[in-house]
Design a protein around this ligand. Structure first.
Ligand SMILES: Nc1ncnc2c1ncn2[C@@H]1O[C@H](COP(=O)(O)OP(=O)(O)O)[C@@H](O)[C@H]1O
Ligand SMILES: [Mg+2]
Length: 348
């Protein structure tokens, strides 16, 4: 690998949108379109951990699937290691795809209960069909040790393991083909809090050992704060705030980022700003708002926010925010029925 190549991003997305048609319904009803991801552009540096944060349903998994060639974007481009994922030939795609793997949120449903440990971990190698039984077994034993399980576990079944141990199996399986790029989709959110740190430490160790680039998805900003170099904050399919994680945590600007911070941290990060507390669920991504996607839940929303989409503004080095108020948040008088209207609590 040349020096220059090392400095190129491992993955670039240009204006990626993913729409899903709304299936079913009655024939006379107009079918809608779910805008799961809209106009996302980003760059992931080689060797870094890139965080994707946002509430459930904001498009994190869909975006990650588009990154690894699993969901074809409706428009836009995904470039991995200089290759346009959705334009290259099938053979080339297969070779490229091998370098990208994913760890899933739920280690209970993502492991086949009828496969034993050996079969589960070796499956990607088995499908590739290039290695004999002995080589595969050696590799699985090596990985079991790496993820903190015992070689004696080889012929046990997923039901014999705890949630944390199952996630270790999932991790072993995802790295068996020596990937360069690993998407961890909420890897600890289905697990008992007591094992979060162990699994996160294991992922960090593996990243160092194998020099991996990570995409780390979470709805919890506190987790992202500890593990990510750069990050994006998503809401209803769009990026609200992005950049260097440390910079964003020092100087969070988007009201939605504030709301996520308030949800996980007790302290107010910016004393000069109102604390925004989210209640209820994210609205439906069918017919999302024309202007800022967050305006319905934003205490700072003005008339213009409803109709004019905010541009991405680079407010400082490695810090981009899409908000009309980015140059100063007004002290606004909130209407009395505000809490009911926007489904949110406000606490200044
Ligand atoms: N295959 C699909 N078909 C239709 N809608 C989908 C599909 N996958 C995701 N969605 C919808 O797209 C939106 C974003 O989903 P997802 O990417 O799973 O969000 P997250 O991972 O942030 O929870 C949701 O409204 C979800 O229902
Ligand atoms: Mg998800």
């Amino acid at each position: 690998m040349s020096k220059d190549r090392n400095q190129d991003p491992i993955l670039t997305m240009r204006n990626v949108s993913v729409n899903f048609p709304v299936k079913g319904g009655l024939p006379f009803l107009k079918k809608g379109i779910i805008q799961a991801v809209t106009d996302v552009s980003l760059k992931i540096k080689r060797g870094e951990t890139f965080g994707i944060v946002g509430e459930s349903g904001c498009g994190k998994t869909t975006l990650a699937n588009a990154m690894i060639g699993m969901v074809k974007p409706t428009s836009g481009e995904v470039i991995f290691n200089g290759k346009n994922l959705y334009k290259i030939k099938r053979d080339d795609f297969k070779k490229t795809r091998r370098h990208m793997q994913m760890i899933f949120q739920d280690p209970f449903s993502s492991l086949n209960p009828r496969f034993n440990v050996y079969q589960i971990i070796s499956e990607p190698m088995f499908i590739r069909g290039e290695d004999d039984e002995e080589t595969m077994k050696e590799r699985v034993v090596e990985l079991l040790k790496l993820v903190g399980l015992s070689p004696n576990d080889l012929y046990r079944y997923p039901s014999d393991f705890s949630g944390g141990q199952r996630q270790r199996l999932g991790i072993a399986r995802s790295i068996i083909l020596n990937p360069e790029f690993l998407v961890c989709d909420e890897p600890v959110s289905a697990l008992d809090v007591s094992v979060h740190a162990q699994i996160l430490n294991l992922l960090t160790d593996i990243q160092k050992q194998m020099k991996l680039s990570y995409v780390f998805i979470s709805h919890n900003l506190a987790v992202v704060k500890n593990v990510c170099d750069s990050m994006i904050v998503m809401y209803l399919g769009k990026i609200m705030e992005s950049g260097n994680s440390e910079t964003i945590f020092k100087n969070p600007l988007h009201p939605y980022t504030h709301a996520l911070l308030a949800a996980v941290l007790d302290t107010t990060i910016r004393k000069d700003r109102k604390q925004v507390i989210l209640k209820g669920d994210i609205p439906s991504p069918i017919n999302p708002p024309k202007g800022c996607r967050f305006w319905q839940r934003c205490p700072y929303a003005m008339e213009g926010c409803k109709t004019i989409p905010p541009e991405n503004i680079e407010v400082e080095k490695a810090h981009v925010v899409a908000c009309h108020h980015v140059n100063g948040f007004p002290e606004i008088e909130l209407p009395k029925d505000y809490k009911n209207k926007v489904n949110m609590e406000e606490d200044s």
